[in-house]
Design a protein around this ligand. Structure first.
Ligand SMILES: Nc1ncnc2c1ncn2[C@@H]1O[C@H](COP(=O)(O)OP(=O)(O)OP(=O)(O)O)[C@@H](O)[C@H]1O
Length: 342
């Protein structure tokens, strides 16, 4: 039986939940990667990513620090070349149509490069001239990121959240259809994070922007995104809608058992190939696929001389599911072990 971690590793999630995006009409995908691979020297960072970012979505790209999010974004923007696989933007292969497709993309990678002695307006004006866009875009993008009131203050007086919003305003100057944002909430306080979430929703819903946003925290973007993928050790462990991820969490039942002898119970369960986590007191956690397995496990433990004194189902939160998909599992391995002698 698969545990909640091996459930993902076994491809169970892929088989049952990677459906809606894979079958999205290709013309509706603003970003599509196939078997995207990247290596720094001998280190394989990305091992065959198939990303599907639908037009009109806010797509969260999740993974812990060092997972390869920035590397992926650099590949999407043509700043790095894949060691294998390809990137399509707006249905066209990036390498062959680079200039044409990238003019429809605005990007913010990590912290924006800003002239701190210049005002918000002046920073935008410098970029506006470089891009050759209309003068009225400056006021328009300041309004979009809600910086109009602070536009004439020098950037050195801006908070980190204001700097991030000015960075997004810079990315919006050319009126791109697609915004690519690398961890825009990094380092922001809770109110800055809330403002950023609202800004992304407004840009999506009121201004029609498709947004690809990376983050290492599900909780920061869970309520904002329409679709998401989870990057783990160079591969995607999930891609789909938020509702589909919730379905995975619901189906990944976790059974909590109170037993008289946790060491013996643990050995019995491990010997049957189950993923077991020791909790406080006399409690153990076991991942099961169906609720009916509770009765089977109860009987098994009793037969092996371990009375079960408590039995509760705990549903995984999305955050727990995300952690189980991206961390080295805290559960003990499900390698079968010999039964301990009573
Ligand atoms: N120029 C480089 N040369 C060698 N290795 C690199 C280089 N840039 C990144 N790496 C490595 O590639 C891996 C992925 O890095 P990347 O910055 O893409 O991850 P990330 O998911 O964006 O992480 P973070 O959230 O910490 O920025 C890391 O192990 C990193 O050390």
């Amino acid at each position: 039986m698969a545990g909640w971690y091996s459930l993902v590793a076994d491809g169970w999630v892929m088989d049952f939940f990677w459906t809606s995006l894979r079958h999205h009409a290709m013309k509706d995908l603003l970003i599509h990667t196939q078997n995207l691979c990247y290596r720094y020297g001998r280190q394989n960072i990305l091992k065959g990513l198939d990303l599907h970012i639908p037009k009109g979505s806010i797509y969260g790209f999740l993974g812990p620090n060092g997972a390869g999010k920035t590397t992926t974004i650099r590949l999407l923007l043509g700043l790095l070349h894949p060691t294998a696989g390809e990137v399509q933007l707006f249905g066209r292969e990036l390498r062959q149509h680079r200039a044409e497709v990238l003019q429809k993309v605005g990007a913010l990678i990590e912290t924006p490069s800003l002239y701190r002695h210049l005002t918000g307006t002046e920073n935008l004006e410098v970029m506006r001239r470089l891009l050759g866009v209309e003068k009225k875009r400056v006021a328009a993008v300041l309004e979009m990121v809600r910086l109009s009131a602070d536009a004439h203050r020098p950037v050195r007086q801006y908070s980190l959240g204001m700097c991030q919003r000015l960075g997004i305003a810079l990315a919006l100057l050319s009126d791109p259809e697609l915004l690519v944002l690398d961890e825009p909430t990094n380092g922001l306080d809770p109110s800055g994070i809330r403002e950023m979430r609202q800004l992304l929703k407004d840009l999506n819903q009121q201004h029609g922007k498709t947004i690809f946003v990376s983050s290492h925290l599900l909780s920061e973007i869970e309520k904002t995104v329409t679709h998401l993928s989870i990057l783990h050790q160079g591969k995607l462990s999930f891609e789909g809608s938020v509702q589909e991820l919730q379905q995975v969490a619901i189906q990944a039942n976790v059974l909590e058992l109170e037993v008289a002898n946790t060491l013996l119970a643990r050995d019995v369960l491990l010997a049957h190939g189950l993923a077991v986590e020791t909790m406080g007191g006399n409690w153990l956690r076991v991942a099961v696929q169906e609720k009916a397995e509770a009765a089977v496990l109860n009987q098994l433990l009793v037969e092996q001389g371990v009375p079960v004194t408590g039995l509760v189902f705990a549903q995984q939160s999305l955050e727990e599911l995300f952690l189980s998909m991206t961390e080295v599992p805290s559960v003990e391995t499900s390698i079968p072990q010999p039964l301990a002698l009573v």
